[in-house]
Design a protein around this ligand. Structure first.
Ligand code: PMP
Length: 432
């Protein structure tokens, strides 16, 4: 079957609202290190990791062997109603790394379910379905997760089962932050939080949920310390803070193991997904026992924390820590960011380069202003693919390229990616 035939069959049987990247979508059939190969035999340097899903590279022997050991027992999975050794071991490691005291861990299969579980816990604990969320956020695809997603193209908020009030995002090009210094912004955002609580809620709010760096929203981050300043206000009424670490967790931001650590705060709950499974379906929520145990019914997931996913998760986490990939993210991310800032200085269509560690966004605008340019973005995106580089696309206006390679990426690979991207930006700027 050719890729064209596969595409026709995909379009005939899958729903029309499932997005596929590229004018000519690709089928990835193999991978090694930071490179993947498509069905035509074309090789790409993968600087998106399938939406930050690949954290330690492709074809890692330690992960393969851990999963094969479990398969060798003859059991893929029975049920989480029986004890699973590697689930307990992984929970212990995640609890210890979480920074949350007396932590409990509940495993799910996706980030969406992890956020659902966190909302279930918070609404039960607080006996309230009022939620504070952030504009331009993304938290998943279930009814409740969509309800707290403040990004128009991904949200169905008209059908929201929760009562949600929206806080400002950290957009530095055209949001509130474009008019204020970061320290002024923190004060203004805290004032806004107080006003939202006083005017839009009865005070008995369940939680505030936020991404330390908005992923789908285009790698947009508020100034450091903001969540800590928020938490002081939230604590006055016992409102919980949930940090959605689905994209920012496990050292990707270089400076910190969790995104929340840039904010001088410890959240009550954090959610994780994506990278920890390195391709296997593994996610979950971590929280203080006092909070996480407070669900007024039994809760259960057939596959959440199954032996295959947690065998992979343990191997991924051990590999990550043994190779100190957080330090690599800081080092290679710094090189990449510096290189991209030079590209920005030479090309007017680059409005902003921003990021932390290996989570770097490049925002495209009409030269001389801040008007988003999704057309130029799409051109750069396609040119990168032509040059053999996979990156992501995002942002409220579809005008941000996102780079989130595996944390094992080398400086040589960063230089190669930078070369391809530089050529793509030049081609897009000249209307190519
Ligand atoms: N939260 C964040 C911050 C995400 O980026 C995503 C996925 N893009 C999700 C939650 C949902 O995760 P999943 O797709 O695994 O359900």
């Amino acid at each position: 079957m050719t890729t064209d035939e596969l595409l026709a069959r995909h379009r005939a049987v899958l729903p029309s609202w499932m997005p596929l990247y590229y004018a000519e979508p690709i089928e990835i059939v193999s991978g090694s290190g930071r490179r993947v190969t498509d069905a035509q035999g074309r090789s790409y340097l993968d600087f998106f990791g399938g939406v930050l899903t690949n954290m330690i590279g492709y074809d890692v022997a330690e992960v393969r062997e851990a999963v094969q050991r479990q398969l060798g027992t003859g059991v893929v999975h029975t049920s989480t109603l029986y004890l699973i050794r590697q689930q307990v071991e992984l929970a212990e490691k995640v609890a210890a790394l979480s920074g949350i005291p007396d932590a409990r861990v509940f495993f799910t299969n996706s980030g969406t379910e992890a956020n659902e579980a966190a909302l279930l816990v918070a609404t039960n604990y607080r006996r309230s379905h009022q939620i504070l969320a952030v504009r331009n956020s993304y938290h998943g695809r279930s009814y409740a997760a969509m309800g707290i997603t403040g990004h128009r193209s991904w949200s169905a908020s008209a059908l929201n089962p929760l009562q949600v009030s929206w806080l400002h995002s950290g957009d530095r090009l055209r949001g509130l932050l474009s008019r204020l210094r970061p320290d002024e912004y923190v004060d203004a955002a805290v004032d806004d939080l107080r006003e939202v609580l006083a005017t839009q809620t009865a005070g008995d709010v369940a939680c505030l949920i936020a991404e330390p760096i908005q992923g789908v929203g285009g790698f947009v981050a508020p100034p450091d310390g903001l969540f800590g300043a928020f938490k002081k206000v939230l604590d006055e009424s016992g409102i919980l803070l949930i940090s959605d670490e689905v994209q920012t967790g496990w050292g990707r931001t270089g400076d910190h193991f969790w995104g929340y650590q840039a904010h001088d705060v410890t959240p009550d709950l954090l959610t994780f997904a994506k990278g920890i499974g390195n391709g296997f379906a593994l996610a979950g929520v971590v929280g203080r026992a006092e909070v996480l145990n407070e669900v007024h019914a039994t809760s259960f997931s057939t596959f959440g924390g199954n032996p295959i996913s947690t065998a992979a998760g343990n191997a991924v986490l051990d590999y990550l820590l043994e190779h100190d990939l957080q330090a690599n993210a800081a080092r290679v991310g710094g090189v990449l960011l510096a290189g991209l800032r030079e590209v920005a200085a030479r090309h007017g269509i680059v409005g902003e380069v921003r990021g932390r560690g290996l989570m770097i966004g490049v925002e495209f605008v009409r030269p001389g202003g801040t008007e988003p340019d999704p057309v130029a973005t799409a051109r750069v995106f396609e040119e990168c693919k032509r040059g053999g580089l996979l990156v992501g696309k995002g942002g409220l206006y579809g005008n941000v390229l996102r780079m989130g390679p595996p944390l094992t990426v080398t400086e040589e690979e960063a230089a190669e990616a930078l070369d391809i991207l530089t050529g793509a930006v030049a081609a897009a700027e000249s209307g190519g």
